[in-house]
Design a protein around this ligand. Sequence first.
Ligand code: LM2
Ligand code: CA
Length: 482
Amino acid sequence: MHRRRSRLAIATLGVIASLLAPTVVAASPAAAAPSGGKKVIANLFEWTWPSVASECTSTLGPKGYGYVQVSPPQEHVRGNQWWVAYQPVSYRIESRKGTRAQFRSMVDTCHAAGVKVIVDAVVNHMSGQDNGGTGWAGSSYGHYNYPGIYSAQDFHYCGRNGGNDIANYNDRFEVQNCELVNLADLKTGSDYVRNRLAAYLNDLLSLGVDGFRMDASKHMPAADIAAIKNRLSRPAYIVQEVIYGAGEPIQPSEYTGNGDVHEFRYGKDLARVFRSERLAYLRNFGEGWGHLPSGVASVFVDNHDTQRDVGGVLTYRDRGVYALANAFMLGWPYGSPTVMSSYTFTNRDAGPPSDANNKTRATTCYSGWECEHRWPVIANMVGFRNATEGTGVSNWYDNGNNHIAFSRTGRGYLTLNDEDYAITGRSYYTGLPAGRYCDVIHGTFSNGTCSGPVITVDGNGWFSATVPAKDGIAIHVGARLS
Ligand code: LM2
Ligand code: CA
């Protein structure tokens, strides 16, 4: 992890910002269908288990999200900051977000809604508390002593930089054997530690979990992650957090043998394109930009770390532009997309809305919770993604600047206009079957009707329309009226 703080640029309000009010998505009966081709992940950062469960039923399932990613579920140090979750104290499934029973019930409810569950698994380290303490669920611990779980022999002591801390990211040994911000670094090379970590993950699998985001993967050799994965009781989706750093010895590509890898360049590059370059450059976005192979890349506009520390990415604060960037991500066939869902904050350490005992409050999607995954543009583009899964890009058009358009061959069409002016009355060749399609950037398609503008594609595959400044149009075969 790199710590680099910078102020996020002040948001510019796009025309579609008015459409982004986090209106509650109408509840409809959840489909019991398996996820199948549904691959979009909603990262419900710091949500409680009961809130995740009801969101699966009311919104994630109906809108077509295939997975929900939840914050670390194990017992953690006490405190009100969000990051207490990243300091494990034991592997009891008991945290400020809920109990084991609530966790199990959440998994069952999400599955019934057709949504799989990915857990953020903190396996590189334990707490960073020099003096130890008592964890959320009452377990006492020392910095290098977790009774019944780990003792002093199970940790690395790299003997560098005064306090065993990582300082030099250009040194592979140091990054993997020293401590990330004082967090007691597990000897992931040892059989005992590997078995104990696998036991934790297997416990989660027994509760029905479908996959893991392996936190701090860069700080563990890829072979150690492979050894843990080999001990799993059944196959699980794996996505590894390896933050790309130019010139660093540890590269994201080392980890692709284990599963997917977060592609951190994606969000940074996308933000730069939207803020100060040209959308026309996105024509070969992804592998053409030196990013990971599409099949192993996990992509996102922002995540809980980049929206705080890395800077330079687009976040909920960018309103309409953020929605457009997510629309591009969901419309463009590169990588496996995760939609971030946040609570609002001004202080980077501030935890989610919680009670006096630091127990996280139920999510409301107002008063403190941003719920980007419900923004109509983003939620509707999940349907676009699902309808176009597996198809390539054709009919690319750009004006050499900030207006782009492309087909997802035979299935959908997306045009984005990030110019400061409207593009009026242009004709677009989609290659789609003739018909009346719901513009899902401005309207929601349900029960055969569209709450927004309808786009008519003629018998030759063309339509004409005006695209306002900082706006777009998206149509797909899953949202066709006739
Ligand atoms: C990650 N990926 O590699 C997480 O995505 C990231 O959010 C985690 O950092 C980190 N690795 C460890 O899992 C967060 C947060 C830090 C916080 C740590 C541990 O960004 O600020 O560190 O979790 O809770 C905090 C203090 C830090 C202190 C440390 C240990 O900010 O100053 O270090 O706790 O007490 C002395
Ligand atoms: Ca390590």
